[in-house]
Design a protein around this ligand. Structure first.
Ligand code: CA
Length: 353
């Protein structure tokens, strides 16, 4: 009996000791690029906060600030670097002006599809390259969802040949814009809030945005009839960027909880994107019969590919790590694409017969 009560006392004291250390609450601050009303990208950080709170029994909290609060949607990476925030939810390619090779961790023109890119990241050396690149910035990066493949944009006039692109006022930012500019396009980066009016007034002739669920919310289908399939962003990946010192100082269990939660929320977001686009597209033929899905002609596609390659080679000549990642992705694509072609693409082709 005495032995039992001693054991209980011992257990209780262990429990008290364990609680004394475990009860400490860690709070991380997160700055996000997207306002809450943006479909699913806007709510993902709050879902992450709720998930880590539940998994850690309240020991890990994340305080989310939207762009309305921090006022710098494209400054969040810097705010995490300097320690003003602990975490940022954003897309790496917004920061190509600071470090061009960050584009590889979002998506690149003519690059990998979502399934191929995740395979490269998780098993083909991508994660190690990301650690090297973000490590230089004092950051750790985690993939946290993808909006999937993007469409090539809304055009008021059909593009029949390369000639039709000359002087075209096309809102297409980022790497896609650089590629288009080499073909004589007047590539513009009109701010999102002005896009509808710009297209309506003819300040722009065409606009590249994201995919049906996002594009319909902007109303482009009411102004432009031709909806082109994509080439510029085949797998747009979203990142959770963390201040490395801050994350490494977390207790190991909380760090593991955070990582598992990021992965979980990211997977949810990927399926949300597919689901929401399917819903958005479901009634297009009935509601907007004017919309025609088009593909760019062969001469345009060949010129776009050539231009994309040239830009990659220019960057590779300037930065050996850019070159290393470029070669890693190209080698992986050469390996994985034949499987995609005989697998999923082969299945779809067969169904068309
Ligand atoms: Ca886009």
């Amino acid at each position: 009996m005495r032995l039992l009560s001693s054991l209980i006392a011992l257990c209780l004291s262990f429990a008290t000791f364990a609680n004394a250390t475990d009860d400490k609450v860690y709070t991380l601050t997160l700055a996000t690029t997207w306002a809450e009303q943006v479909p699913f990208l806007g709510s993902a950080p709050a879902t992450l906060a709720q998930t880590v709170d539940q998994m850690s029994n309240g020991r890990l909290k994340i305080k989310v600030d939207s762009p309305n609060k921090h006022k710098a949607p494209f400054g969040v990476m810097d705010m995490v670097k300097t320690g003003q925030y602990d975490l940022a939810y954003t897309a790496s390619y917004y920061y190509k002006g600071k470090d061009y090779k960050l584009v590889f961790f979002t998506t690149v023109p003519f690059g990998m599809l979502v399934s191929e890119q995740y395979a490269w990241y998780n098993h083909g050396g991508g994660k190690e390259l990301a650690a090297k690149v973000y490590g230089e910035h004092g950051l750790t990066s985690y993939p946290m969802g993808t909006t999937g493949i993007q469409m090539g944009g809304w055009f008021k006039k059909e593009i029949k040949s390369l000639e039709d692109l000359k002087g075209l006022k096309f809102r297409i930012p980022g790497q896609g814009g650089e590629v288009m500019a080499k073909l004589g396009v007047n590539a513009m980066s009109t701010p999102p809030g002005e896009l509808y009016t710009a297209l309506e007034r003819g300040t722009i002739d065409a606009v590249e945005w994201i995919s049906p669920v996002f594009d319909f919310a902007m109303g482009f289908h009411k102004l432009a009839n031709y909806y082109y399939t994509g080439w510029q962003e085949p797998a747009s990946e979203i990142q959770l960027l963390a201040n490395k010192k801050k994350i490494d100082a977390l207790p190991a269990d909380l760090k593991a909880i955070l990582e598992v939660a990021i992965n979980h929320v990211g997977t949810q977001l990927m399926t949300q994107a597919t689901h929401a686009n399917a819903n958005a597209w479901e009634n297009i033929a009935k509601d907007f019969p004017n919309v025609k899905v088009q593909q760019f002609p062969a001469d345009v596609m060949a010129a776009l590919k050539k231009s994309a390659r040239e830009i990659e080679e220019e960057q590779a000549a300037k930065d050996p790590i850019f070159k290393e990642i470029l070669e890693s992705q190209r080698a992986y694509l050469a390996k994985v694409r034949p499987w995609t072609l005989i697998g999923e693409y082969g299945y779809l082709k067969q169904l068309e017969k």
